[in-house]
Design a protein. Structure first.
Lengths: 182, 390
């Protein structure tokens, strides 16, 4: 008969989502540094030459979110912060597509932001699963041994002699088998 | 009869009206299956990683039951015997069988020519495990034909339940052989990658063989709790670095013995080399994902032993063989020579030294089998081992 299973409800961390959140944090810091240190080049690429200050500001925002993601024990609000930032970026790029000097560049950038937004949203959703308790099974009573494992250590070696275990070559086992069969 | 049959990748069905097997050779026996199990290596078939499956193949290589028919030349079994059938089909007479190397029996693979071409030399026939290993019908069915049934099957004495002895056919001797291949010394640290059923038995075997310290590595909390119950120190690779933790636990020397109870579908999905393997696998440039193998070579103490019961199917890439060579590591691997260990392990079960039934977490009917493949594969519902009752 199968042993009965002990179960209880518990909350589990979603390690995969947390790893993604950390990667998004590093991405934020990288993008933020680029926006902060070379706003002119980025502004030209998306047709916002007049708004280098705004791009620097967005860079600071990205760095802040990235640091939050990397340092916080609970990355979820920071991922939502990134999603808010994505919305702001998309709105700005939308404006640039209509009124800026490089609508094609703005559209390409908007596409890239939309892709990252999808990752952000998937990560936020996955982190949300941590709020729901899951059924956890406790197998700590399933040793398979008649006594505590510490007392079973070396038990296969009869009289302390490990040579009693059939060893790797198996010739003895083969002989036994052959004798049994014939 | 009813049987679980492979209809394609991730498509396993419980089919009714499958033709009953019959005696084809004088040494055969027909078994009415009382219990069978889904093995981790069946998942490689489910996920389509092993080539050589055909539409309608009956799955399953862990099974036991009652003998209902015996061929005229079979002097070992009689109708009514209760037997566990090892997953490797062995003739008992060829040179390899006589040397105890049952899993590389030279005669039982019916498709020897194909296997010779793929592997250089053929290995033994296996139940329900591709046409590369003979294309034999498996045991996840109501009845199964057992070829060479005067050699392989282990007759079970009265007083033992199916759950106690079923795993003699595969995963118990597989974990045991994994530990035996390590030639464990009383001062050894044995690290076991994978806390699935084979990993669980490898942990307990290493304890029984006297290892000073056994460490088990996985990321499924239930499986880790089961490994701790068996005497292992556990490492959750989601929570901590395997390399650093092993370093700490071995005072910087590394484990003397390493066991890969994971095989070709390693799921350390967030390591860089795992992402590389997945990309190469998607491009069909690599068949297996050898993350565990790489990690074992890296962490193993020089002059140590790597024991590999985990199944690999084809080609692997970026193996740090320079490290393996210069560290003087010994590799031991292979499908399990089941009959080499069954007498001894049956005695140990009878003596109460180990009760393998601890590993069973789900017992269901054959009809529920296809759904359980997915539950087992995804490690949902605390699933460690599924037993089917046909």
């Amino acid at each position: 008969m199968q042993l009965p299973r002990q179960e209880y409800q518990d909350y589990r961390l979603n390690y995969a989502a947390r790893k993604t959140a950390r990667r998004l944090g590093w991405f934020s810091i990288g993008l933020g540094l680029a926006e902060l240190l070379m706003p002119g080049r980025l502004a030209r690429a998306v047709g916002l030459e007049e708004h280098e200050g705004l791009i620097r500001l967005y860079g600071l925002r990205e760095i802040g979110t990235g640091v939050g993601l990397l340092l916080s024990d609970n990355p979820e609000p920071w991922v939502y912060g990134r999603i808010g930032g994505d919305a702001l970026d998309l709105a700005t790029l939308g404006m640039s597509m209509q009124h800026g000097s490089n609508p094609v560049g703005a559209a390409i950038a908007a596409g890239a932001v939309a892709g990252v937004t999808a990752v952000d949203m998937a990560c936020a959703r996955a982190l949300g699963s941590e709020h729901h308790p899951v059924t956890v099974y406790d197998y700590s009573d399933r040793s398979g041994f008649p006594e505590a494992p510490e007392r079973m250590r070396g038990r296969a070696a009869a009289n302390g002699d490990m040579a009693n275990i059939p060893q790797v070559t198996g010739l003895a086992a083969a002989d036994r088998e052959t004798e049994t069969r014939h | 009869m009813r049987a679980l049959r492979w209809h394609g990748k991730k498509d396993i069905r419980c089919d009714n009206h499958v033709p009953d097997p019959g005696i084809e050779d004088g040494r055969d026996a027909i078994i009415r299956v009382s219990s069978c199990a889904i093995c981790g290596s069946d998942l490689h078939l489910y996920d389509g990683f092993m080539p050589g499956m055909m539409h309608g193949d009956i799955l399953g290589h862990e099974f036991m039951g009652e003998v209902v028919e015996v061929g005229k030349d079979n002097r070992k079994l009689k109708v009514g015997d209760r037997v566990v059938v090892p997953f490797t089909i062995v003739c008992g007479e060829c040179d390899q069988c006589r040397r105890g190397n049952y899993s590389v029996c030279e005669r039982t693979n019916r498709n020897k020519e194909v296997a010779d071409k793929v592997f250089g030399h053929s290995t033994a026939g296996l139940y329900g495990y591709t046409h590369l290993t003979g294309g034999y019908a498996g045991g996840q069915a109501e009845f199964v034909r057992v070829p060479y049934a005067d050699v392989g099957p282990v007759v079970i004495p009265d007083g033992l339940t199916d759950e106690q002895v079923l795993f003699l056919g595969d995963i118990l001797p597989t974990g045991w052989q994994a530990a035996a291949q390590c030639e464990i010394e009383p001062t050894d640290t044995v690290a076991v990658w994978g806390a699935g059923p084979v990993g669980q038995f490898a942990v307990r075997s290493a304890i029984l063989m006297g290892a000073e310290q056994v460490i088990c590595i996985d990321n499924v909390p239930e499986r880790l709790s089961m490994a701790r119950a068996g005497g292992a120190i556990t490492i959750n690779f989601d929570e901590e670095s395997v390399v650093h933790r092993l370093h700490e636990l071995t005072r910087g020397k590394g484990p003397e013995k390493c066991i890969d109870a994971v095989g070709l579908e390693a799921h350390a999905a967030r390591s860089i080399d795992s992402m590389y393997d997945r990309a190469k696998q998607a491009l069909m440039l690599e068949t297996d994902r050898p993350h565990v193998l790489r990690e074992m070579i890296y962490v193993c103490r020089p002059a140590g032993i790597l024991s590999i019961p985990g199944v690999y199917g084809g080609l692997i890439d970026k193996i740090p063989f320079g490290a393996a060579m210069n560290k003087g590591l010994t590799f031991r691997m292979g499908q399990t020579h089941v009959n080499r260990w069954t007498d001894d392990l049956l005695n140990r079960i009878q003596e109460g030294q180990i009760d393998p039934s601890f590993v069973i977490t789900h017992t269901v009917s054959l009809e529920e089998g296809p759904d359980m493949y997915k539950v087992f594969r995804d490690k949902h519902d605390g699933c460690v081992k599924v037993v089917l009752k046909p």
